[in-house]
Design a binder for this molecule. Structure first.
Ligand code: FAD
Length: 473
């Protein structure tokens, strides 16, 4: 009997639920990846770091599967048509895949399952990219959690060694089937994409690179809690892009954190739990795509301010911490978590701009873009989400900058025009006296913008804007 494993956001050949189950139950197992035209054709840029990352990871996965006696069948087509066609031509009796929880992916998978059924072929999907999914962690009353802390408590209580156990592949690898003769990997160019600056940034795709990053992080995991909020230091793991495309295994990461124990590891595990938390929010409340988690917050009237939005996108707000963060995402596709919170708060609470515009900008630019986490993060910052920042808690961008980039090291990395501005003024350079601006070679208004908004006044406007939801919580 033959089966097909359809790889999507799980580009690895170890600890892989669908691959494990297919190999265990079938004598011949084909593997496939589809560069889905329905996803790729709507990407706004032809130089996209995610596509290059996937392309590199797919090439590595193919080599790894070939070393085991198999290989990847790679297609550039609409997956909903291509997978049933492939299943028919290979004569498999089942297609195996790991579950995806995004509404568009769920609709696609339902359609593929229907089409396979007509062919007499089963569609079997598995939990793989999270530790707990759907309704595996519920309140005592049996409803989904919408507050993180009790969710985390229940998550930890539910966890057993079983949930962190790897799905072995080696034992059954002999069942891997060679792709039909003549299969070649498409080049990035043939997919219609150009190379990006990934290599220059040192962002390496694939399992081996994911493992190197993880091993390096393990050595500093103990200091995670103390260092994770400071973008200038190497405090966090930078594993998000690998988690996004499944070049690392969530079970292995969570297991390592559990085994290490201690403050740093516990705090890091908590972040992995946030990841599960937002996945289950999206699963139970798919309406959060496009709408506030708390419906009454859709009454908030946001500003139409295209020039201010453009200044935010391009890192020209006059607030160094915001501008450095936006230049980080524009240059690298990554932004540190503390900075994501600060820029999201600035867009929604200082500029009064709809969180959906910021969410969309992040979706287009983040290497680790993930619908559940991104939507959760934006709705948290905008106060419209579950367990969100209350609307009257408004980050002061200058204070945040002073706390989390005290000597301006991160700011100076991305804003060379502020290189010579003294530490005392780096967070609010408009307060630098004109004579000192001259000395620092940075005239505010010409070398670096004056602030586009006054924080104190913006704060008042935001409190007034959110008055429509007063008492709704
Ligand atoms: P680490 O600090 O090392 O954390 C380890 C892992 O835990 C991360 O890789 C990630 O998978 C998970 N994680 C950490 N924090 C969160 C969180 N708050 N919610 C969900 N998972 C988390 N994360 C994404 O993966 N994709 C996104 O599109 C995304 N958009 C965001 C948008 C906003 C406005 C905010 C405030 C946060 C967003 N995050 C997103 C969460 C977080 O910022 C990133 O996961 C983190 O910065 C990635 O860096 P890291 O891998 O070094 O994280």
């Amino acid at each position: 009997s033959a089966a097909l494993v359809w790889f999507r956001r799980d580009l690895r050949d170890f600890d892989h639920a669908a691959l494990h189950h297919a190999l265990k139950s079938h004598e011949r197992v084909y593997c496939a990846f589809v560069f889905d035209t329905e996803i790729l054709d709507v990407l706004p840029r032809r130089a996209d770091r995610r596509v290059e990352f996937i392309h590199g990871s797919v090439a590595e996965l193919d080599a790894a599967l070939r070393a085991r006696g198999g290989g990847l069948i790679v297609r550039h087509a609409a997956a909903r048509d291509c997978i049933p066609a492939l299943a028919a031509s290979l004569g498999v009796d089942a297609v195996f895949a790991n579950r995806d929880y995004e509404p568009a992916a769920l609709a696609r998978d339902a359609e593929v399952a229907d089409r396979l059924r007509v062919l007499g072929c089963a569609f079997r999907d598995f939990k793989d990219q999270v530790i707990f999914e759907k309704s595996e962690v519920l309140t005592q009353g049996g409803s989904p959690f919408s507050v993180f802390t009790p969710y985390k408590r229940a998550w930890l209580k539910t966890l057993t060694d079983f949930h962190l156990k790897a799905y072995p592949i080696d034992k059954y690898a002999g069942h891997l089937a060679l792709p039909p003769a003549g299969e070649v990997l498409p080049s990035l160019e043939s997919l219609g994409f150009e190379p990006t600056n990934l290599a220059e940034l040192g962002i390496e795709p694939g399992m081996a690179a994911g493992r190197r990053l993880f091993e390096a992080f393990l050595k500093r995991m103990g200091r995670y809690k103390a260092r994770r909020d400071f973008p200038a230091v190497k405090g966090v793991s930078y594993l998000s892009v690998h988690l996004r495309f499944g070049t690392v295994s969530i079970r292995e990461l969570a297991r390592a954190a559990q085994e290490a124990g201690g403050e740093g590891a516990e705090t890091w595990l908590s972040e992995l739990i946030w990841r599960d938390f937002y996945f289950q929010i999206l699963w139970h409340h798919p309406r959060v795509v496009g709408a506030s988690f708390r419906p009454e917050y859709d009454k908030v009237a946001w500003e139409a301010a295209p020039a201010l939005f453009e200044a935010w996108c391009e890192g020209r707000t006059g607030y160094p911490v915001i501008d450095a963060a936006m230049r980080q995402i524009n240059h690298s596709g990554y932004m540190h978590n503390r900075l994501r919170m600060i820029v999201a708060s600035f867009l929604t609470k200082d500029l009064g701009i709809d969180w959906r515009l910021g969410e969309c900008y992040f979706a287009e630019h983040l290497n680790d873009f993930d619908l559940a986490a991104n939507n959760g993060g934006w709705q948290w910052a905008a106060s419209t989400g579950c367990d969100a920042q209350p609307y009257f808690r408004i980050f002061n961008p200058v204070t945040q900058s002073e706390r989390f980039d005290p000597d301006g090291a991160f700011i100076r990395r991305y804003l060379p025009e502020l290189a010579k501005v003294p530490d005392k003024y780096i967070h609010a350079p408009w307060t630098l006296p004109p004579i000192d601006q001259k000395l620092a070679g940075c005239q505010i208004g010409s070398d670096y913008p004056a602030p586009i908004v006054d924080h104190a006044r913006a704060r008042e406007r935001t409190l007034a804007r959110f008055a429509v939801v007063k008492g709704a919580d």
